[in-house]
Design a binder for this molecule. Structure first.
Ligand code: PLP
Length: 386
């Protein structure tokens, strides 16, 4: 069966060149980089190169990069390190639309005696800047605000946010897991203290991530053990995956401009054609500030899960805007925070494209999806065409 994969914000296919760079790590560069012999030195060398490559995509210094096991670990380590660095401060600022890797951590910290402000967004998913300004207090230890939203693609004004946080002398972390590789990120231009990224969102494998830590910040390790990663994270380095992340960053950086234009054109055509062919459908998010690859579309009066299953019969892989919580289908916290009506939030599909998608993929979705929506609406007791 033909596969049309448009679920790249969930995870991506690993690039062939990335795999080619990984393979010698299993048979050649297998030494432990902490070892004193030549096999250790060889691994140390490829590790160093990977660190330089990841630093380059962020316009950062190599010694500002800490390798982790995933975006979730990067987020957890950053927030916990900020709290450790400010033991007398108990307040955290974040948003209502963060990924669970930040949101659930903050909810858990609230139970440990911290107090988190979850900033609201408007109907387009834009941050309420007045609420943001008002939230910063002398007790605030860390502000953690995502760069780009994984569900709608909405990009927050991170430069402005970071500068305002730093003016108050507060630590600023950004979850840039969906941004790195898709849009430019510059550590010299934007004063974030810490930034999270994840390999499997940019065509490296799952199970590797990185945390940018601005030099000068006294980072307390989250994983306590050996002296790996300059004492910032215990655990023998996952050399093959780290090499993969370095290569994936290099490829993404070299093609970011042309891919942005190409992928955005595909995404925009998909959106325009679907909206023209399917009544009672609309796009979610800030259409003026969005990742070029992401489109969240609500199809009113039907269930996203049913749409996904029927699309899957044609080989189309996407995501819904709902999460199955304790047996009941709850619309996503992101769409709820934006106030998307219940009847639309339930029927929301996220299409997220990548450099492997083609015009044919878009044509195929445009050909199949209107029929899927019509069939489901014909079965729905709530649907009436007016
Ligand atoms: N942050 C955002 C915005 C994400 O989209 C994701 C993954 O979907 C994560 C964090 C978690 O990354 P990982 O799967 O590498 O832990």
């Amino acid at each position: 069966m033909k596969t049309v994969y448009v679920d790249n914000n969930a995870t991506t296919r690993v690039d062939e060149q990335v795999i080619a760079d990984m393979l010698p790590c299993f048979t050649e560069f297998y030494g432990n980089p902490s070892s004193m012999h030549h096999k250790g030195a060889e691994s140390g060398h490829v590790l160093k190169l990977a660190r330089q490559r990841v630093a380059k995509i962020l316009n950062a210094e190599a010694d500002e990069i800490l390798f982790t096991s995933c975006g979730t670990e990067s987020n957890n380590s950053a927030i916990r390190a900020a709290l450790k660095a400010n033991p007398y401060k108990k307040h955290i600022v974040t948003t209502m639309v963060e990924h669970p890797a930040v949101k659930s951590l903050c909810e858990s910290l609230d139970k440990e005696g911290y107090r988190t402000t979850y900033l609201p967004v408007d109907s387009k998913g834009r941050l309420n800047m007045a609420a943001f300004e008002a939230s910063l207090t002398p007790d605030t230890a860390i502000v953690s605000i995502m760069w780009a939203n994984n569900e709608t693609g909405t990009v927050f004004p991170i430069r402005d946010i970071a500068r305002r946080v730093k003016e108050k002398g507060i630590l600023f972390h950004t979850d840039a897991v969906q941004a790195v590789g898709k849009i430019p990120v510059d550590a010299r231009d934007i004063p974030f203290d810490m930034l999270s990224l994840s390999g499997h969102k940019l065509h490296a494998p799952k199970g590797v991530g990185a945390l940018y830590i601005r030099s000068g910040f006294k980072f307390a390790p989250y994983l306590i053990g050996g002296h790996q990663e300059h004492g910032k994270r215990g655990g023998t380095e996952n050399i093959a995956s780290i090499v993969a992340l370095g290569k994936a960053c290099e490829i993404a950086m070299n093609h970011i401009d042309e891919e942005n234009v190409r992928v955005k054109k595909l995404r925009d055509r998909l959106e325009t054609e679907l909206l023209a062919r399917i009544p009672k459908s609309f796009v979610n998010g800030d259409l003026d500030n969005r990742l070029p690859n992401t489109s969240s579309i609500s199809f009113e009066f039907i269930e996203g899960e049913a749409i996904l299953l029927m699309m899957n019969e044609f080989g189309i892989c996407a995501s819904s805007g709902s999460a199955c919580t304790s047996g009941s289908l709850e619309p996503s916290h992101v769409l709820r925070a934006m106030g998307v009506p219940f009847t639309a939030a339930h029927g929301t599909i996220r299409f997220s494209l990548c450099r492997y998608n083609t015009e044919d993929d878009v044509d195929f979705i445009i050909e199949k999806l209107p029929g899927v929506i019509k069939r489901l609406r014909d079965m729905s007791p709530f649907w009436k065409e007016d």
